[in-house]
Design a protein around this ligand. Structure first.
Ligand code: TDX
Length: 347
């Protein structure tokens, strides 16, 4: 029986990972810490909280004393760090908290992992650390040896953390692994990200704000496939290695938005082209051949099925996201999109 410490487990990918662990590895114990920022929602973990193999503590990974006290008590075998500020647009407005949580928080977790001799420290990273690819070179994909070349304060903070993880492995012998995944979608994603934002706005007949011309390409992966890949890495991956995770599923933003509009039976008139994101990455595309060859991982959910499941989940769980869309998030939406929508063009 292993104790797995999951940080950021009240967030989108972390919560999906908690459920995967509790379902697939009932012999293991899952301890989750989360700061419960705007993006963490304890309601998401309601089912997990009923499981005797699950413990939740509201702890910020930057709080060294609280983190060390928890390690002292729980002595985790494996640490999986999902805790991060993750929204690019927010990082452009306010970079400081990204550097604190994403870099210094990672340092605190690795210091505790060293002191308490964890068997594996896993860092959940992103394909954004590789920068972007041109639209006219579909042959180019990110591999694990692609140089880090970041565009936003968010991706720079994640790249900084990745470098620090590499340093703790080489300098202190910490048994680390890193995974870099492409864009995720699925249940429990916060409605500031493209897919849930478009679903929520379309259902409310609000404008669908597409940045620039909507031609940017992302490589979409169903969140459960990402979680399964991390599960394989922490149990069978090689220490010191980086693994790229992606589903060979490149789509233009505009095509995703049109697909959502159609699935919900709404009008394309809602599509509104707004001022582009500063430093907007053109294209992400992952080469997942290493994790396939070494660990046998392949994505199981096709996009056409995953997007249907996701839309159905948002329709069935309106309470979950409608609670979020009140209060602080509404202020964020007005600040972030108010000026953009004034200069908007219709599709
Ligand atoms: O309102 C919007 N309009 C729009 O056109 C939003 C929120 C996004 N977009 C565009 C920007 C991107 O090209 O859609 C694309 C996806 O945007 P996001 O959902 O913000 O994701 P992205 O910037 O691609 O980053 C995501 O993938 C990598 C995650 O947010 C990161 O945390 C992850 O590391």
């Amino acid at each position: 029986m292993a104790t797995i410490l999951v940080t950021g487990g009240a967030g989108f990918i972390g919560a999906n990972f908690v459920y995967l662990q509790l379902n697939e590895h009932p012999e293991d114990r899952v301890v989750c810490i989360d700061k419960l920022t705007y993006a963490g929602n304890l309601e998401t973990l309601e089912e997990a909280l009923k499981n005797p193999n699950f413990r939740f503590e509201k702890i910020d990974i930057c709080d060294r004393d609280a983190v060390f006290a928890l390690f002292e008590e729980e002595r985790p075998d494996i640490v999986v760090n999902f805790a991060a500020e993750s929204h690019v647009d927010r990082s452009i407005e306010n970079p400081a908290v990204f550097l604190e949580t994403n870099i210094l928080g990672t340092q605190v977790l690795m210091d505790a992992s060293r002191k308490y001799g964890v068997k594996r420290y896993h860092q959940v990273s992103t394909d954004e650390v590789y920068g972007d690819l041109p639209l006219d070179r579909p042959d180019l994909l990110f591999t694990e040896t692609t140089p880090l070349k970041t565009s936003s304060p968010y991706s720079s903070s994640k790249a900084g953390a990745d470098l620090l993880v590499g340093a703790y492995h080489r300098t202190f012998g910490l048994p680390t692994t890193i995974s870099r995944c492409s864009n995720n979608y699925g249940p429990y994603q916060f409605p500031e990200k493209l897919i849930p934002l478009m679903i929520a706005n379309a259902l409310a007949d609000k404008p669908l704000p597409v940045y620039g011309a909507g031609l940017n390409v992302r490589d979409w992966l169903y969140v459960e496939d990402h979680c399964k890949a991390i599960d394989l890495i922490i149990r069978h991956g090689k220490v010191g290695e980086v693994y790229n995770i992606g589903g060979h599923n490149e789509m233009r933003n505009i095509d995703i938005v049109k697909l959502i509009v159609e699935a919900l039976g709404k009008s394309e008139d809602l599509i509104t082209f707004v001022t582009d994101r500063k430093g907007h990455d053109m294209r992400y595309a992952i080469d997942p051949s290493k994790i396939h060859a070494e660990l046998g991982w392949l994505p199981e959910t096709m996009f056409k099925d995953g997007i249907k499941k996701t839309i159905a989940w948002y329709l069935e769980n309106k309470d979950w996201w409608q609670n979020i869309l009140s209060g602080e998030y509404q202020n964020y939406f007005d600040t972030m999109y108010g000026a953009r929508l004034k200069d908007a063009k219709k599709a």
